[in-house]
Design a protein around this ligand. Structure first.
Ligand SMILES: [Zn+2]
Length: 221
């Protein structure tokens, strides 16, 4: 694995580490371009909010969470690694240092930067005293909380997908699509296929919602 370059800053809070990434030559912007995600899926953020509206008013904002977790469990069981003793389920968590390396590698990858823009830094919490893994942003800085149990490829990419997608619909289509893409880019086509099949089995939606556009109105499918 090629080691990514970054500067480590301890803090701002205890149990937190901030990684600063040097700006690559010709980088487009110093911030995550959230608008790009909507463009990529077609439409503006306003249109996306409209599209996620259910028939009886606003949908539960985290409508896919349970299904997404179930699918991830299925995929994790299917993702086995070969060791000297044979095949085993890949659940051994990474060390803290390796976890930081993985996060840095993903956020500075050419594919992520081409889609989301240059990301200048990320803050990672060790998860000390916390049970839940999280991904989001504090101000415009990506923030991850990765307790020991969560330091596996799938969970780290799950949380990074939150960092890169709208937080008003945490496990929505944009998130699911981005998660799948990160898995494809980082873990390869085989693992991508496993997660995609798990999403299909558990009916996690990851495609653009089919809507008919007519005179500026979106008509639900
Ligand atoms: Zn999540």
């Amino acid at each position: 694995m090629k080691k990514p370059k970054f500067k480590i800053i301890q803090g701002p809070a205890a149990h937190e580490r901030t990684l600063e990434f040097p700006m690559p030559r010709g980088a487009r912007d110093g911030r995550i371009k959230s608008g790009l995600q909507y463009h990529y899926f077609g439409g503006t953020e306003e249109e996306w909010r409209h599209k996620t509206r259910g028939a009886g008013g606003w949908r539960d904002r985290d409508w896919q969470r349970k299904k997404a977790y179930e699918a991830e469990g299925l995929a994790a069981a299917a993702l086995r690694v070969k060791t000297d003793e044979g095949w085993r389920v890949d659940v051994a968590p990474y060390s803290w240092e390796h976890t930081c390396q993985v996060v840095a590698r993903v956020l500075t990858s050419t594919r992520v930067q081409n889609r989301f823009g240059y990301i200048p830094k990320v803050t990672i919490h060790t998860g000390a005293g916390r049970r839940v893994a999280r991904g989001g942003r504090v101000g415009s800085t990506p923030w991850l909380c990765l307790p020991v149990w969560s330091r596996t490829d799938l969970v780290i990419l799950h949380e990074i997908a939150h960092v890169l997608t709208p937080l008003w619909e945490p496990h929505g289509r944009l998130w699911a699509r981005t998660y799948l893409e990160l898995v494809k880019w980082e873990l390869g086509a085989d693992k991508h296929k496993i997660l995609k099949e798990a999403f299909r089995t558990k009916r996690v939606k990851f495609n653009r919602r089919r809507v008919a556009k007519s005179d500026g109105f979106f008509l639900a499918e």
